[in-house]
Design a protein around this ligand. Sequence first.
Ligand code: NDP
Length: 328
Amino acid sequence: TQAPVNVTVTGAAGQIGYALLFRIASGQLLGQDKPVRLRLLEIPQAVKAAEGTALELEDGAFPLLAGIDIFDDAKQAFEGTNVALLVGARPRTKGMERGDLLEANGGIFKPQGEAINAGAADDVKVLVVGNPANTNALIAKAHAPDVPAERFTAMTRLDHNRAIAQLAKKLGVPVTEVKKMTIWGNHSATQYPDIFNAEVNGTSAAEAVGDQAWLENEFIPRVAKRGAEIIEARGASSAASAANAAIDHIYNWVNGTPEGDWVSMGVPSDGSYGVPEGLISSFPVVCRDGSYEIVQGLEINDFSRAKIDASVAELSEERDAVRKLGLV
Ligand code: NDP
């Protein structure tokens, strides 16, 4: 039998963690042939709750779950890890300035980057879910100089999935008919879901919609503000859909994307599409053999260009802010 893959989950006792861990244990993160060993990281006051979740995981008698360890120390939690899911973060609370938010998250993602650098497995893949995800990933990456930069990614897959679902609904087609969706930029309200390069039933999605007003006034804001809509309806942040997207992100990264399609991932820019090198920005990517490549040569019209530039400008500002704080 195969050696288990070590999967570290931070913020394991949180809402997303609760929805995520059972799916990892059931084999949906990596595949049905891959046993996993979970390493859960929590802050000391949440360790007990994580232990409770571990009891429930035990009660699942998951055939692929080879073990669970719980830590309140990042160095230990990332020792030997192959897949690191950085979910725990400091959310913005009322009255909090952006600088304070970035500083608080620097206090989390800097030591985690250092711990990954020090002890993670050579093939480590990192996904940052905790917000502000792109910039938290940038901070972690900056403190892991020995890990190839492209292993640090941020989650825009939930935005990608939301965009597919909204487009499919508008056109009255199953989600499986929508291909080549792209989220560009930051996982924030400035993100740009691009339907000009998307296809429905093999033809241009933008042409199939044929309604620029819907695109500008309904689709884009709906996708970008879906998180707020969920909070309003549910009385709590989206959690299961975020966990689902994290599963999708890693599953595709490890096992590849289907032929004729791509996915969106926040990845360190190589300068493609005019996005400054090093920023962690969302791009269309194809995955194969455990690595990914940014899809090249897509046409970017003026409308898309302006939207991408605005979101990337926000990422540059966030980078400048964490630079000032000495975090990158
Ligand atoms: P959640 O599990 O609901 O969310 C965790 C993070 O994911 C938040 O930063 C949240 O950002 C983010 N997120 C990203 N995308 C989404 C999305 N689409 N929908 C909702 N959230 C999204 O938070 P909880 O408060 O329930 O749990 C957090 C846990 O993390 C706590 O148990 C806490 O103790 C732990 N923690 C652990 C740390 C560590 O391990 N070192 C450090 C800090 C916290 P947003 O707030 O913007 O929604």
